[in-house]
Ligand binder design. Structure first.
Ligand code: SF4
Length: 404
């Protein structure tokens, strides 16, 4: 692999970015990451006391000391898309569901520090016991996809389905990447949660119980699974736009559809294009293009392989030395895969930075602040789900675990 220096603003040392070959840092991405002067960068974050400066040279030592002082009382979860500096302190890494399961399997841990985004911490709170507190080091770590489906919008959608006479035949299937309120809605209406690993099994299960699925909030995962794995056609899918009256669909369209896809997407995976695939094939001869199913349908069709984060990791592990891979998923993970496989060429699919800006809100200063607060006896940024919502959300999560 030929190292290429990144184009970075003067205020940010290039070594800090350590980007992929051919990848160029954009000022917007850095602003979103809060690395430039951004007066709103800490908006919504309540950090009583001092948040350590990112330049503090003792941060690693402070995190290590606080974690050691807490011992088994704390369990730190690190999502695959987190920064290396945070992953270094994770007791376990994984995708959102694996992490929530890991938290539930540690009843002795009083404190679950979830280095991920808000909906993941909610799921961990739903699955863990009453004596456990789930903490999110930065409350601004949300998910743009999860935010694309609010409870009120989904309730209105269900009213539209009812008015069209199809609600009774529709089973809701919600991707893990949604709020606890949407998971609760799903459980209340007899549906299931799914991940990118088991979306086909979830859809098979749902279509054995009803004639239609309301798939939320990621239209791309729903469409890719239905069309590429289940033999449905694009015409079997309609897109419900929560910002349009009636979702922008007629009753006849809802009645004719098998898949009612929510108009939501991941702002990170949505950036990959067919041009990205074409460009990388020109840049890297013989490259295998491997993308996440949150990518657009045409991008997945242009790629060689598609699969969940865990599938991407497994595929790279099994790939022969000397093979070349362009990966279409979040950049922190792709960088770690490149480092873990020096015998293979692993490049990022796009030419520009594609971090998940909200995942990147969790950094070492926030982790240190969270751990040191616990040492001082203060539980900060606790995420709790209201019991009624949690009960139905857990039913939908349990249904996922029981999928055939
Ligand atoms: S990568 Fe996409 S789906 Fe995942 S947390 Fe970030 S915005 Fe949400």
């Amino acid at each position: 692999m030929t190292p290429t220096s990144a184009t970075a603003p003067a205020s940010t040392p290039p070594s800090e970015l350590d980007l992929m070959p051919g990848v160029t840092a954009t000022p917007l991405a850095l602003l979103l990451l809060g690395r430039q002067r951004d007066p709103d960068s800490e908006r919504g974050v309540d950090c009583p006391g001092e948040l350590p400066a990112a330049s503090d040279p003792t941060l690693v030592e402070r995190a290590r000391a606080a974690k050691a002082a807490l011992g088994d009382r704390v369990f730190v979860l690190g999502h695959h898309y987190q920064r290396d500096e945070v992953i270094a302190f994770a007791d376990v890494t994984g995708d959102s569901f694996r992490l929530a399961q890991q938290a539930a399997a540690r009843p002795e841990a009083e404190f679950i520090v979830f280095c991920g985004v808000h909906f993941m911490a909610e799921s961990a709170d739903i699955l863990t016991g009453p004596g456990q507190a789930v903490l999110l080091p930065d409350l601004a770590a949300g998910c743009s996809m999860a935010d694309m489906a609010t409870f009120e919008q989904v309730e209105r959608c269900w009213e539209d389905l009812t008015a069209a006479g199809v609600a009774d035949d529709t089973v809701p299937v919600s991707y893990m990447n949604c709020s606890a309120a949407i998971k609760g809605f799903t459980g209340r209406h007899g549906g299931t949660i799914c991940t990118s690993s088991n979306a086909k099994r979830a859809l098979d299960w749902a279509l054995a119980r009803g004639t239609k699925v309301l798939f939320m909030p990621d239209q791309h995962l729903g469409r890719n699974t239905a069309v590429l794995e289940m033999g449905l056609t694009l015409e079997d899918c309609v897109v419900y736009d929560p910002h349009k009256p009636g979702g922008g669909l007629t009753a006849a369209q809802l009645q004719a559809a098998t898949m009612i896809l929510w108009k939501g997407h991941c702002s990170v995976h949505g950036r990959f294009t067919v041009d990205s695939v074409r460009d990388v094939r020109e840049r890297v001869p013989g490259v295998n293009v491997l993308v996440h199913p949150e990518c657009k349908h045409e991008v997945v069709q242009a790629a060689d392989l598609v699969g969940s984060t865990e599938f991407i990791i497994r595929t790279l592990d099994a790939a022969p030395a000397g093979s070349a891979w362009a990966i279409g998923t979040e950049l922190n993970l792709v960088r770690r895969l490149a480092k873990a496989h020096p015998d293979k060429t692993v490049v990022f699919l796009d030419k520009t930075v594609c971090f998940c800006s909200t995942m990147n809100r969790i950094d070492l200063p926030h982790l240190v602040w969270t751990l040191e607060s616990l040492v001082e006896g203060r539980v900060v940024n606790q995420i709790t789900v209201e019991p009624e919502t949690a009960r139905y959300a857990k039913a939908a999560l349990d249904q996922m675990l029981a999928l055939p």
